[in-house]
Design a protein around this ligand. Structure first.
Ligand code: ADP
Length: 476
């Protein structure tokens, strides 16, 4: 970690002894080791945060806003170091990592400001002797579990609204990417956010931490980003104490190109949507549907662009696609390609086999709709394409999934744009855009992609209770 300009970022985190080892997916070299907490220690953390939350909640929103703005500023001042850490432990190209740092920081600035606008309301009473009102209050201790594909932004997208609302916040980052998480937490402490208001923990196992976060009655809110499989289990665990939950789970985003689309624009959007973080995001375009009349043109233009993409070390400036996160991920992706090819799918771009933890971008046509590559979440740089004729049949295929996170389509026809946007059963729809996430708009899915929203004004509500106050016995 001697590459870091700011050596304070990880000074109190890296240990020599036994702990969670963190590896670089580019070459599997050891980046460092961080301490692991046992369940009893994490339970104590929760109790500390319960006390800390009481004082934090009492601070005026304007004061919490100042702490958050300072944190935001420190993140931007350290953006090169944070981007480097993201690339080292997660593999994404440095330019994307820098984008993530800025995107992640934007949630802190946004919620610093939104926290000052946690308005309640007054309600006209049916009788003159009462005044009815609502006030917004912090939920209490909030706990979160975050994934490795956005080691920084998934933490700030949950932590910033929690802190702005007056909650305390404890988070378990992915064991694959804890360094960025600890570095960004250190900056929060340097900004003056108290240690009994914000904590980052790595447990002896993810399961252990999950148990404390979901079963402990002092945790009042649980927020998770990860797979639907794990989310489903954690949501059930949360039922034991009737916790508020937000679940950002898997996706299976359709990317639809209608025959009235601007094809050059659609190709650009497809590349941006599919290959970000080597295809390892829950909103990456997963399966492509292209209408008959533009099918050949779209594929020719797409393949020309895909074959220009450079796969390599995320630290090299020219890299477009970094390594995939683990050896197991690579094997799973190669198996998916084999399975599809075994059922008649054909690869139409350059077929390259890469050594190391890399998967070359792969464009497949003649893919059957019922194959795992279409039905499941790929989470890799594979782009399966299906030809379609009619809009109705297309919408039915797009909605034929347990997921409902993001969907994308390209069309220039205003009637179609409204109709299709309305008919897609997804929490987010990109029309003529392949990358749509922003701190000002609500991110979240429907169906088994989860519940709750992150970002926007809705993101703050996830950490607030609405309390109704009735003042009676009044004389008017
Ligand atoms: P992904 O496939 O993106 O890694 P996971 O759902 O496996 O998705 O992981 C997302 C987060 O959930 C990670 O922080 C991981 O450590 C955590 N996790 C995985 N299994 C469990 C579990 N049984 N209990 C609690 N957390 C878990």
């Amino acid at each position: 970690m001697e590459q870091l300009k700011n050596q304070t970022l990880l000074a109190s985190v890296l240990i020599d002894g036994k702990g969670q080892q963190v590896f670089n997916p580019f070459d599997n070299s050891l980046l460092g080791t961080v301490a692991m907490s046992c369940q009893a220690k994490i339970e104590q953390d929760v109790l500390d945060l319960e006390i800390g939350q009481k004082a934090w909640q009492k601070k005026p929103a304007a004061e919490r806003c100042r702490f958050l703005k300072k944190w935001h500023q420190l993140i931007l001042e350290n953006e090169d170091d944070l981007a480097m850490l993201i690339t080292l432990e997660c593999g994404k190209p440095l330019k994307e990592a820098l984008g993530e740092v800025r995107y992640g920081a934007s949630f802190i600035e946004w919620f610093a400001e939104e926290g000052r606008r946690a308005y309640g309301s007054t309600i006209p009473s049916a009788t003159n002797d009462r005044t009815l009102l609502t006030v917004k209050q912090a939920v209490g201790v909030a706990a979160a579990i975050t994934p490795w594909n956005f080691p920084l932004a998934m933490i700030t997208r949950k932590g910033a609204p929690a802190l702005a609302a007056g909650c305390s916040f404890i988070c378990k980052p992915s064991e694959l990417t804890p360094l960025t998480a600890f570095a960004v937490t250190e900056l929060a402490y340097q900004a003056g956010i108290p240690k009994d208001v914000l904590r980052m923990v790595v447990g002896e196992s993810a399961h252990d931490v999950g148990e404390v976060f979901t079963y402990h009655s002092s945790v009042r809110k649980f927020s998770f980003t990860g797979s639907t499989l794990v989310g489903r289990k954690l949501q059930m665990q949360c039922a034991s104490t009737i916790k508020r939950t937000s679940m950002e789970l898997g996706g299976n985003a359709p990317f639809i190109v209608f025959d009235d689309a601007d094809i050059d624009h659609a190709v650009k959007g497809a590349i941006a949507s599919k290959f970000r973080n080597a295809g390892q995001t829950c909103v990456c375009a997963n399966r492509f549907y292209v209408q008959d009349a533009v099918y050949d043109e779209f594929i020719d233009k797409l393949v020309a662009e895909v074959d220009k993409l450079k796969v390599g070390n995320g630290l090299d400036e020219s890299t477009d696609i970094g390594p995939v996160i683990t050896k197991e991920a690579k094997k799973r992706l190669l198996d998916l390609i084999e399975e599809a090819k075994g059922r008649g799918a054909k690869q139409v771009n350059k077929d390259v086999q890469l050594e190391g933890q890399f998967v070359a971008p792969t464009v497949l046509v003649d893919v059957e709709h019922d194959r795992p590559i279409v039905q499941g979440e790929i989470f890799g740089p594979i782009l399966p394409i299906i030809r379609f004729e009619h809009e109705d049949e297309m919408i039915a295929m797009a909605n034929d999934t347990i997921y409902g996170l993001a969907a994308y389509f390209y069309s220039q026809d205003m009637n179609r744009i409204w109709r299709v946007a309305h008919n897609l059963e997804y929490g987010m729809v990109g029309v003529n855009e392949g990358v749509i996430s922003t701190e000002v708009a609500p991110f979240g899915g429907v169906k088994q992609s989860g519940n709750g929203k992150e970002g926007a004004k809705e993101g703050l509500e996830e950490y607030l209770e609405t309390k109704y106050v009735c003042i009676g016995g009044l004389e008017r």
